[in-house]
Design a protein around this ligand. Sequence first.
Ligand SMILES: [Mn+2]
Length: 296
Amino acid sequence: MTGLPTFAMPGGFLGADGDTGGGITIAGIPFDIATTNRPGARFGPEAIRRASKMLVDGDHPTLRRSVALGLNDTGDFAIALGDVPASLALIEQQASQFEHLVTLGGDHSIALPLLRALHKRLGRPLGLVHFDAHVDTWPDSFGQVYGHGSCFYHAINEGIVDPKRMIQIGIRSPVQTDVLDWTLQQGVTILSAQDVHERGVEAVATQIRQVVGEQPSYLTFDIDALDPAFAPGTGTPEIGGLATWQAQAILRRLSGVNFAGMDMVEVAPAYDHAEVTALAAATLVYEYLALVQREV
Ligand SMILES: [Mn+2]
């Protein structure tokens, strides 16, 4: 093995540099003022990038080539400090410049402007594969309209996401019955964490494929879909969640899904231990990259 040891590599995700043009672009979004509980996800991008370096000392074990090849890391998006609506507008504007964007959050509110930008680019409603402990379809969070628990309420109402092609995986938090009922009435498929445990990863992957179909889809991954034992570093942890291996095994079974982008959100390093949350987030992004590169 030659070259720099992993810990000495450049600071981009998987050691990727700035824009080499085309392909897939990584961007960080250090934004967490739309959180409802513990803040801190503004430090997520930095922690995920640092943890990702350990993944580049060999080829992907099933893709059998380097996931870092041809990857760009454009750095962090600008945000408007202290201003949620202005930040969401800025995020949408910056996201619209990239063909295939993978973002490192940041809290989940960033998914709305990212989906808005992608919807404009593709000109049709998207399918959504949504890993989370929370449905994130609250009309507001304690009065905050664009809080991190409302991103998919807006995405559905704005016609950006087709709720009949939307599936949530890992859901288990307390939720008002009217919010849950509204979500189901839109046609969203909800798989609880218990469903995943009881049915197994193969059945879950099959159902994801059936729901999103062949049209373009987006992957949004709230790290709190994982159990706090595997991902303590997040703002709103809920017990009974997915094991890291389950999330990885489900993702690896989604080859062929027409993914047009991804975000990894809610990694809050201040509550992490031994970087396990950051490493889980980095590795799941790595699995997504391997998945979409398989289609090239
Ligand atoms: Mn969540």
